[in-house]
Ligand binder design. Structure first.
Ligand code: DAH
Length: 341
């Protein structure tokens, strides 16, 4: 029995030297010290020993048990330390490694201009409206006093969706005037930005899709002076306090009288240059007093109410603002272009 105990001890110790995981260590604890373990098996046979031998072997068995327990505990502590170190090593963060650069996106210059315009109008008490790009011809034309047979309704200019010319891609944001008049309570103060579509070939100043912003005010006693005052204020906020403007008579079916608003060329101060093509002035928008028939068709009494409206192209505005020479740059979304703003 003595030999058996010595054998267990030396076997266990040499085995322990090769163990480096908690699982193996636990298996070995069970194998030697567990209830069905080898040491217990030896102790169970103590009864067979003589009275003299029993205490001697008992003491030896105890020594072996204590030695193994101690060594196993030490080993457990060592393994735990090693695991902790490995974890610290693998999870360590090197704060000196350079970070990954995040590519920052940029707001498109045209939307920057639109944001500014919207902010100015909202500050003046206007509401921002959005409406359908697929529109009834009735709203895009008829209710804007552009009757059937009018050249603007021609198939060569407009993307019609139905063969009977009743549904189309809106050619202007002006139908939003009709939507506003039909759905809003009076008085009305709205601006409506959005995409519009025309059968234009792409070149430096044309695109079959572009953006406009429409404005509409309807109230009692609204006059052309209100139109001029408001538009002048907007333009001076956009282009600076010293901006000079002029209003030229024009024709639109849905306004009477109608006008176009020009700003004096910022480049040459009105003398004429490359930017204004020698004119000294740059055309900015179309506007006018809402035609009484347009009011009437949307159920507003033109003897009580009057109003003004305007529409302007957003691409053009952004191009002038940032001195962009080609409309195509606005739509291509080339990063090298967008990054400049
Ligand atoms: N819708 C016109 C266009 O696309 C622009 C315009 C002119 C809008 C006069 C208006 C207006 O509201 O009153 O050319």
């Amino acid at each position: 029995m003595r030999e058996k105990l010595e054998q267990i001890k030396s076997e266990a110790l040499s085995m322990l030297a090769r163990i480096d995981t908690q699982k193996e260590l636990e298996e070995m604890r069970v194998k030697y010290l567990g209830k069905k373990g080898e040491l217990t098996a030896v102790l169970k046979q103590m009864g067979k020993l003589s009275a003299e031998e029993r205490p001697v072997i008992g003491q030896l068995a105890n020594e072996v048990r204590q030695t193994l327990e101690k060594v196993i505990d030490e080993s457990a502590a060592k393994i735990e330390r090693a695991m902790l170190e490995a974890r610290l090593e693998s999870e360590a963060i090197d704060v000196t490694v350079p970070g990954k650069r995040l590519e920052e996106g940029k707001r498109h210059p045209m939307y920057t201009v639109l944001d500014e315009i919207e902010e100015i109008f909202v500050g003046m008490g206007f509401e921002i409206l959005e409406g359908p790009e697929i529109e009834l011809a009735e709203y895009n034309f008829t209710k804007l006093n552009t009757e059937e047979g009018h050249p603007a309704r021609d198939w060569t200019d407009t993307f019609y969706i139905k063969d009977d010319s009743s549904i189309l891609l809106r050619t202007q944001t002006s139908p939003m005037q009709v939507h506003a008049m039909e759905t809003k309570q009076l008085p009305i103060r709205v601006v409506a930005p959005g995409r519009v579509y025309r059968k234009d070939e792409v070149d430096a100043t044309h695109s079959p899709m572009f953006h406009q912003i429409e404005g509409l005010v309807i109230d009692k006693n609204i006059t052309m002076a209100d139109l001029k005052g408001t538009l002048n204020t907007i333009v001076r906020r956009l282009y600076g306090e010293n901006t000079v403007t002029r209003f030229r008579p024009h024709h639109f079916p849905f306004t009477e009288p109608s006008c176009e608003m020009d700003v004096q060329c910022h480049e040459c101060g009105g003398k004429g240059c490359r930017v204004c093509k020698g004119e000294g002035w740059i055309e900015l928008l179309g506007a006018g007093m809402v035609h009484p028939r347009v009011l009437e068709m949307s159920g507003i009494d033109p003897d009580v109410y009057s109003g003004w409206a305007f529409g302007m192209g957003l691409e053009r505005l952004a191009m002038r603002r940032y001195e962009i020479s080609d409309l195509r740059l606005i739509f291509e979304n080339d990063e090298r272009f967008l990054k400049q703003f």
